[in-house]
Design a protein around this ligand. Structure first.
Ligand SMILES: [Zn+2]
Length: 457
């Protein structure tokens, strides 16, 4: 830890010579794309990446953070770190929001249309605008509040438009696009009008739509699926969650008898047998039986009535245990930004413009929210059902959540900044095994995890 002091001094002496370093000489090939993204950010900020300042970037030496001094000399068992709070500087100035490169201009109904250009669940909405090749998902915002929000993956996308299946549960309201950088666009100038489906369905059939194509464990909203049974009589329904990798039924629900043509919703909390299920692709399968128990319909057999080109299966979704914490363009630094970094660097630095929103990679309980001369504004979250502590440092201002607060995966926690001893705006991110951060646990290299979350975003 003492060895790091020299580097700290050096980095401080050179602070300001480089605001951003994105040259990725020592980085693995896998980082090349991200490095390019960082360059783009640097360019956008009109800052020239300086090779000379390579070591300087992100030399934070957080290894020496709190415990060392306070924990030593307690003499007793298992010293619990109580990082000494320091007075925080005055709040950082308001930062401009990160703007999506996607611009929406017009919403039109492409198929399964209602009156006056309205769309219907099961139909296709065409979203026109610019930069739409970057679309990750289309959001139907519905009424104010998040309870009726649904989202779907594009059926097809081009620069000027993206087509999306209108999921069951979508209601009239604003439409936005989530881009590949994790930034949500401004809404289309006019909201979409959604009216109930009227198209006739021959014989017993079941439509199933997940309410978001990507779902996170411990997120603010539970994972939801909506389904509707087309039949001429009430039927007894069973809903199964199927793991795509091997077709295994992970868990199931028996809602009982449901009325036809009446949308139903089932929630999944990401658990089966009290265990968090592994990340991967899952789908909901709904079957309907008559009073005698004879099968009348299964969603697995339902043909797309519109006969449209095959798109993403609306009953399938990607389940993830973590969300990548930076919502905006970002890049990984070189050797010095990595774990170890030749100086006992306890985490990974990820560079992004100051003001880029940060979300909790995993929900959990806020252990610490403080200011430190080197870490700046920082936040420690004890991850839900992980035994791992997640550390976020150099936030632009005090975190948006408080000590003791229960945070959910993907919940906003603050903004990328450069408070403390930081050369350039970045997130310093750490992961610590149980019992946790400066309380007997040990830090481990979070880069493989970050890259995995980043890829799946
Ligand atoms: Zn760092």
């Amino acid at each position: 830890m003492t060895g790091a002091r020299g580097l700290v001094a050096r980095s401080r002496g050179e602070m300001g010579s480089s605001r951003f370093v994105a040259k990725g000489a020592a980085a693995a090939v896998a980082l090349a794309r991200a490095v390019a993204a960082a360059r783009a950010v640097a360019a956008a900020r009109a800052v020239a990446p300086a090779r000379a300042a390579a070591l300087v970037a992100a030399v934070l030496a957080l290894a020496a953070l709190p415990g060392a001094a306070s924990a030593q000399g307690t003499g007793g068992a298992a010293p619990v770190a109580t990082p000494a709070p320091e007075p925080a500087p005055r709040s950082a100035p308001a930062l401009p929001p990160v703007r999506s490169k996607v611009r929406l201009s017009r919403l039109t109904c492409a198929s399964g249309c209602g009156a006056a250009g309205a769309v219907q669940p099961g139909g296709v909405l065409r979203v026109r605008g610019r930069g739409l090749r970057r679309t990750a998902q289309v959001n139907f915002g519905g009424a104010p509040g998040a309870t009726d929000d649904v989202a779907a993956s594009p059926l097809r996308r081009s620069r000027g438009f993206v087509d999306v299946h209108v999921p069951l549960g979508a209601v009239s309201g604003p439409v936005t696009v989530l881009d590949r950088d994790g930034v949500t666009s401004a809404p289309a100038p006019a909201p979409v009008a959604v009216e109930p489906a009227t198209h006739a369905v021959d014989g017993p059939a079941i439509d199933v739509d997940v309410q978001a194509p990507t779902a996170y464990f411990d997120a603010q909203r539970p994972i939801r699926v909506a389904y509707v049974v087309h039949d001429d009589r009430p039927v007894s329904v069973r809903v199964e969650l199927v793991r795509q990798a091997d077709g295994a039924v992970v868990t199931s629900w028996s809602p009982g008898v449901v009325a036809p043509e009446t949308p139903q919703v089932v929630h999944w909390n990401g658990l089966a047998g009290e265990r968090v299920q592994p990340p991967g692709r899952y789908s909901f399968r709904v079957t309907a039986a008559d009073e005698a128990g004879a099968l009348r319909a299964s969603s697995a057999q339902t043909e797309d009535p519109s006969g449209a080109a095959p798109g993403p299966d609306p009953s399938e979704f990607l389940f993830l245990g973590h969300q990548f914490p930076i919502r905006g363009p970002h890049g990984y630094g070189e050797y010095a930004a990595g774990f170890g970094g030749g100086r006992g660097h306890q985490g990974q630095d990820v560079f992004a413009a100051c003001g880029t929103p940060l979300v909790a990679a995993r929900g959990g309980l806020v252990k610490f929210k403080q200011y430190h001369s080197r870490a700046g504004h920082y936040l420690i979250i004890d991850g839900e059902r992980t035994g791992v502590d997640y550390a976020y440092m150099h936030l632009a201002a005090a975190a948006l959540v408080d000590k003791g607060e229960r945070v959910r995966t993907g919940q906003p926690i603050g903004y990328v900044g450069d408070t403390g001893a930081a050369s350039g705006c970045h997130l310093h991110f750490e992961m610590w095994r149980a019992p946790g951060w400066y309380s007997g646990g040990a830090a481990f290299d979070p880069l493989p995890q970050l890259l995995a979350w980043d890829r799946s975003a």
